[in-house]
Write a protein that binds this ligand. Structure first.
Ligand SMILES: [Zn+2]
Length: 457
């Protein structure tokens, strides 16, 4: 069943696109397109709605279920241990000649892609007998490492338990997690690597400026950002992903600057012969951005694996990657529009916008894991052009620091000091919007809270 068609596809996959094939071209089975995958994800996902709540124990439970599920579809292996002794597993599928390595959550507080990997496994399990997936399993061997940094993930912190950023440890190899990743690359010698992250929540792309839901990077392997076959391939994969995601995230897909960073894994792996595509997931304008971000990751991973398996990646136009706008920072979670604001350095109140940044954190308390959104006051002025996920129209209202016990509808007096709005990365967004009354008091119209609870596990 596989011999001739698989041979032709393999040749298409490995040969230069201009090399004529001596084999008759047989078309591989048609893989699901992005709209079909989007519907599949809606109906078949197994990931939980809040990725920050996924801890190491949940990864253990899921990979153990896969391992004990029987059959030869998946291979689950403990590849090593974290600094604090937590298991780091690989889950592999497929027996094809083209080897893929993907890893998630090397930064512990970047959980979205770990959940997307759970959904990828489910896609493979459910559809293993569909022709396109069977073809994928014939053509590719895919190794995945869900949660490379379990100690960081447990505390929801970027760095590992030694306080080291694993993605800056590709040369020193001071961390067991970095040594594990390097040794996987050296033993598997994958033809492509996927480095899966979340990006800073303020990342934006435009114009018009929007939160960057997904940023891609065809990773460089030298200062000159030279091109080789590997980089062409990662650019083409980036083009496949852009085309797949654009209907769902139009104007929200960006590209990172491809400066060479020798301490980073993507750069060192690309240099070692495994070209790396970086996929970073960012803000999404929803109270819980995760489900959509997991869905975008899922579509990107499944579509691009199929494109590698059926050779269609070679028809992709790298300019579809190159023409992505470069991302930038400075976006907001929420912009309060047109409020009357007193700034510390101003003589009188003025009408302006105030921008709030939102960062997710996990609090650990008596074995419970609580995900929260922390909002801080980081910008003031005319923020018309900035990216934001949410807007609050505050026209005609006065912005003040929230006072103890203030409730919507209450009539309050406000101390002059509480009308002064300062900005900074650590200024909590405990605010209230007020309508001034003729007697000098204010009516509370709206409260903004610096910490919003998202969920508990
Ligand atoms: Zn990261």
């Amino acid at each position: 069943m596989r011999s001739f068609a698989a041979g032709a596809a393999l040749l298409a996959l490995t040969a230069c696109a201009t090399t004529p094939s001596r084999f008759p071209i047989r078309h591989p089975p048609i893989a699901p397109n992005a709209p079909t995958l989007a519907r599949m994800w809606d109906g078949q996902k197994v990931s939980s709605p809040l990725s920050p709540l996924v801890d190491h124990a949940e990864v253990r439970r899921r990979v153990t279920t896969i391992r004990d599920g029987g059959g030869s579809l998946f291979r689950v292996k403990e590849e090593g241990r974290s600094f604090l002794g937590r298991e780091i597993w690989s889950v592999s599928f497929g027996r094809g000649p083209f080897v893929v390595l993907m890893w998630s959550q090397m930064h512990g507080d970047e959980p979205t892609a770990t959940s997307a990997l759970f959904d990828l496994y489910e896609y493979i399990r459910r559809h293993q007998h569909q022709p396109a997936v069977a073809h994928l399993l014939d053509q590719l061997t895919v190794h995945t490492v869900p949660m490379l940094n379990p100690d960081g993930a447990e505390l929801f912190q970027r760095r590992n338990a030694q306080g080291v950023d694993i993605n800056r440890d590709a040369l020193d190899l001071a961390t067991p997690e970095a040594r594990l990743l390097k040794s996987l690359r050296d033993s598997l010698n994958p033809q492509i690597g996927y480095n899966l992250h979340n990006q800073n929540w303020r990342t934006s792309v435009g114009p018009p400026m929007k939160g960057a839901a997904v940023s891609l990077l065809s990773v460089a392997y030298d200062e000159a950002r030279s091109m080789n076959d590997g980089r062409v391939l990662t650019k083409k994969l980036g083009a496949v992903i852009r085309d797949s995601l654009e209907p769902y995230a139009l104007g929200r897909i960006g590209r990172y600057d491809d400066s060479f960073e020798p301490r980073a894994f993507g750069d060192q792996l690309t240099l070692a012969g495994t070209p790396v595509l970086l996929i970073e997931t960012g803000p999404w304008p929803d109270a819980n951005p995760d489900p959509m971000l997991v869905k975008l990751n899922y579509i990107a991973l499944v579509r691009s694996l199929h494109a590698l398996a059926d050779g269609s990646v070679h028809q992709a136009d790298p300019d579809r990657y190159d023409s992505l706008p470069e991302n930038t920072g400075g976006g907001f979670h929420t912009v309060i529009r047109g409020a009357t604001v007193t700034r510390p350095d101003a003589e009188r109140p003025q009408v302006m916008d105030v921008g709030l940044a939102g960062v997710r954190r996990v609090r650990l308390d008596a074995g419970k894991r609580t995900a929260v959104l922390n909002l801080t006051v980081v910008g003031a002025g005319d923020l018309t052009a900035a990216a934001t996920s949410f807007d609050i129209n505050a026209s005609g209202q006065v912005l003040a620091r929230r006072t103890q016990g203030a409730a919507v509808g209450a009539l309050v007096s406000v101390a002059a000091a509480d009308l002064v709005i300062t900005t900074g990365a650590t200024v909590p967004a405990d605010l209230m919007l007020l309508t001034p009354l003729p007697d000098g008091r204010y009516r509370v119209e709206r409260l903004v809270t610096a910490e919003v609870m998202l969920g508990v596990k």
